[in-house]
Design a protein. Sequence first.
Length: 188
Amino acid sequence: MAKLVEKAVAQALHDGSGEVICLYAAACAERMAPLFIGLRAEVPGREADLDFYAQSVSDLWHTDRPLADAAERVHLLEQFPELQPDREETITDVADTYAYFAVLTLRHAMAAHHSRNADDAASCGHAALTAMGMLDQNVAGAGHLAEEQRLQHLSLSSDTANLWGASVTAGRERFRTVLGRIPRQTFP
C-alpha cells in the first residue's frame, strides 16, 4: 500500500534529526487524541486506557529525550481492543473506526519516538491521513485531509508552541465532525 505522506514530508523526515521525527509524531498523535479520548470516555472499563493514552500523547512532546518505556508502551497499545487482529475486519461503526485510527496513530508515534526512524514517523502520518481522508469522504466539505497535510508540513518546523496549539484545535474540530456522524441515541 502506498503511503499517503507527501514526498516532501517523507524526505524531510529522512533528512531530519531524531527531534524532528519525534515532533512530527507527537503532533500527529495530538491531532488524533480527541478521537480516542472523546469516543471512549463513556465506555465502561476503559478508564485506565484513557489515562494511559492521554499521558502517552503528553509524553511524546518531550522530543529532546527518549522515553525509556516507549517500546513497552507500544506493546501495551497493541493490547487495546481497537488493535486486536480479529477486530479490524469487524469495525463498522463510526466511533470504532476513528478510535481505531487514533490508537494506530499513537502506536506508530510511540514507535517513532523510540526508534527515531523516519519510516515509523511516516506510518504515523499515514494513519492520520487515512482517517482524515475517510472522514472527508463521508462529510461533504470537511477539509480535514488538507488540514492534516498542512499540519504535517508545519510539524517539520521547530515552532513547537504554535504546532501544539494548531494540533489541539485540529483535533477538536475532527472530534466535532466525527460526533456529527454518530447517530443520536433516543432515550425514553
